[in-house]
Design a protein around this ligand. Structure first.
Ligand code: HEC
Ligand code: HEC
Length: 152
């Protein structure tokens, strides 16, 4: 019982310590702060805005052979929910011609056992797990990676 009480007291002190940086921003942000303790409103910088604008272009080059192609357009208004997938409005085999989009490849219809399914496999339903839009940002760290010649 005694040790239980001690633990409770220690937890209370720890919680106090953890919460204290947030508490100091309570007036502006309703107590919300980043993990480093900066108020959330400090994130709304001009640099942050540039990162919100996705590149709209022709299909982007791939950097390695098996790479899921990068999304060459913004996807802000293209929701994917359990019942509805906006991406497939344009990329499905029914609609791709009309929308002038690339059709999802045959691999996307394969179930876990390798059998072909009539629709996009649940493994490939959440497109943005693998396909990501790009922004025009300077790389944080330089690198010397060279695209292999067999990637288009
Ligand atoms: C309004 C129609 C439309 C919607 C909705 C849409 N796309 Fe696209 N997408 C296109 C078109 C058009 C292209 C460009 C095709 C081209 O120029 O060959 C494209 C290109 C792409 C590419 C590049 C293909 C390649 O060959 O490099 C990917 C990946 C992609 N989209 C993924 C997505 C994902 C993921 C979503 C949903 C979050 C989505 N798209 C929603 C129309 C759409
Ligand atoms: C688990 C990862 C993964 C998911 C999820 C996924 N893809 Fe892909 N996608 C890939 C890979 C890898 C490729 C390239 C190899 C291939 O064609 O299978 C690809 C290729 C494509 C291509 C280009 C096909 C071509 O002929 O060049 C399109 C378009 C595409 N995916 C759209 C989608 C859409 C739309 C969804 C959601 C319905 C989706 N993908 C979900 C990994 C994924």
């Amino acid at each position: 019982m005694k040790s239980r009480l001690l633990t409770t007291a220690a937890t209370a002190v720890l919680t106090g310590l953890l919460l204290s940086p947030c508490a100091s921003f309570a007036a502006d942000d309703g107590g919300l702060a980043t993990l480093r303790g900066a108020p959330i409103s400090a994130n709304a910088s001009a640099a942050g805005d540039a990162l919100k604008k996705a590149i709209e272009s022709a299909p982007l080059d791939r950097d390695f052979t098996q790479q899921p192609p990068l999304v060459s357009h913004a996807i802000d208004n293209y929701p994917i929910t359990m019942k509805f997938n906006k991406c497939l409005d344009c990329h499905s085999w029914e609609n791709y011609r009309k929308e002038k989009a690339t059709k999802v490849s045959q691999t996307h219809f394969q179930g876990l056992d390798g059998k072909e399914l009539p629709n996009v496999s649940p493994r490939r339903y959440f497109c943005v797990q693998c396909h990501v839009p790009q922004v025009d940002a300077k790389p944080l760290i330089a690198n010397t990676y060279q695209r292999p010649t067999n990637a288009r």
